[in-house]
Design a protein around this ligand. Structure first.
Ligand code: KE4
Length: 453
């Protein structure tokens, strides 16, 4: 049983975390690691987790009564801030009519239309309940999809993914780079057979030559390239100039599909996600997080000729009891309505740019080497003096310093993602005062860290 108590970065138990520590110990008796998703256990920062009591706007508060400015935002969904009144009102109205029917509803069609309106590459949508489901389905669809000239099913076996990108926990994607391109990947999780892992090819993100080599090795057998168009699961790592277009070209040349996993970037970087920002169209787009408005909803979308291969119109099976759930779609529709109507992305850019500049100045003032990668309202602060352009670069940063930074910022009421391999999310609810307080806290943290060996 994990007895890891929450301490401040000086290693003392603080009276500010007694109840969370006790709750964690109790949870560990009935939940593996005391949590229902591993990162929440704070294993990446070597202290015990915060147990949340509630949240409103940009703030989250724990069961010990501590309040924090929240830059996790439930890992991306809470772009409007927590408990947005219009979203709560929509949820309340929907709940009055029942919570799940297992039958089509108008709200699902309305949500699909909003997604189609936002993404030029999407003609049809399938709603699911998690990002994992969306990506898992996209891969199955890509393997079955065959340009007419190949006849019925190509059932192309290979998927190319990038090291450091995370696409949920389906077997094909819990893999790491193998010993060579021809051998395919090796499993990175228990329970994933080599026979499945080896059908995924893992190459470095931002490495155009590696992508070309993979298409050379597996010519005619690659169903799809799957990529986070802006990586945000190794910290934030933007695509280098031309990278996404090169992947697009390689797929076109070999009749493979390009799958953009926009579970984080969709409706985050722009209404049309990274595709709108970088002008590169995917064949299949996976969405989640924001499109659920904080409730379990995700989606995949693409051209009609691809999407119509899904059951019941086509031979690729996919289903879900709670897909398009009326409460989740109510939250989703309310969220996207606000994002579509208000001047959101300019406001997000302004807040995030202010935070980035403030953190950079604070680190410089303290003499701490940091690299801040930011795209729109997602960013990461890496403790290194070098550029961070792929997973190996992230692994070479000073993770120990990140842990100190995290713990000290938490003590100062700033709730960052408890891992050096995650992103900071700025929401529309983050005020100028929130950003200023965060910068002041960082100044103090950087000074303390600098004084340590
Ligand atoms: P879910 O199955 O967790 O809804 O989505 C999986 C997923 C797919 N694609 C991308 C780009 C993602 O970031 C995710 C999930 N993200 C993680 C953290 N970055 C969710 C947090 C967690 O695992 O608890």
């Amino acid at each position: 049983m994990i007895e890891r108590q929450r301490t401040d970065y000086r290693g003392q138990m603080t009276e500010k975390s007694n109840k969370s520590a006790q709750a964690f110990a109790e949870a560990c008796n009935c939940l593996p690691g005391g949590v229902n998703s591993p990162v929440r256990a704070f294993g990446g920062v070597d202290i015990g987790p915060v147990f949340v009591a509630g949240a409103k706007g940009s703030k989250i508060h724990d069961i010990d009564g501590n309040e924090y400015i929240d830059y996790v935002g439930s890992w991306g969904p809470m772009i409007l801030g927590h408990a947005h009144p219009e979203v709560l009102k929509a949820i309340g109205a929907a709940v009055e009519k029942g919570t799940s029917f297992g039958a089509p509803t108008l709200a699902e069609t309305a949500l699909a239309k909003k997604i189609i309106a936002a993404f030029d590459s999407i003609e049809k949508v399938r709603l699911v309940s998690s990002g994992t489901e969306a990506v898992m389905t996209a891969i199955r669809l890509a393997r079955a999809y065959t340009p007419k000239k190949y006849g019925r099913f190509a059932n192309r076996p290979y998927i190319i993914k990038m090291a450091g990108c995370y696409h949920g926990h389906s077997d094909s994607l819990l893999v790491a780079a193998g010993s060579g391109l021809a051998e395919g990947a090796i499993a990175s999780s228990g329970g994933v057979p080599d026979s499945i892992a080896k059908l995924t090819v893992v190459i470095p993100y931002n490495d155009i030559e590696a992508a070309k080599a993979a298409f050379g090795t597996h010519k005619g057998k690659i169903a799809a390239v799957l990529v986070e168009p802006v990586a945000a699961n190794m910290g934030v790592v933007p695509p280098v100039e031309g990278y996404l277009q090169t992947l697009r070209n390689l797929c076109d040349q070999d009749d493979s599909l390009l799958i953009f996993d926009e579970v984080i970037t969709g409706f985050r970087l722009a209404l049309g996600g990274a595709q709108e920002l970088f002008g590169v169209k995917a064949d299949i787009t996976c969405l989640g997080k924001i499109i659920g408005g904080g409730l379990p909803a995700a989606a995949l979308g693409g051209r009609a000729d691809i999407m119509d291969m899904l059951a019941p119109t086509g031979p690729v099976y996919q289903a879900g009891t709670l897909s398009g759930n009326p409460i989740a779609t109510a939250a989703a529709n309310a969220t996207l309505d606000i994002l579509t109507k208000e001047d959101c992305y300019r406001r997000l850019e302004s807040s995030a740019a202010m935070l980035e500049a403030g953190l950079a100045d604070a680190a410089k003032e303290a003499g701490i080497a940091v690299t801040i990668n930011r795209v729109g309202s997602i960013m990461s602060c890496f403790f290194t003096e070098r550029e961070v352009r792929n997973f190996a670069d992230v692994q070479s940063t000073n993770i120990k310093r990140f842990k100190r930074f995290f713990a000290e910022m938490l003590e100062q009421g700033i709730y960052l993602a408890p891992s050096a391999y995650e992103a900071m999310f700025v929401s529309l609810a983050h005020s100028k005062a929130d950003i200023e307080k965060t910068i002041e806290a960082a100044k103090s943290c950087f000074r303390k860290i600098k004084s340590e060996k």
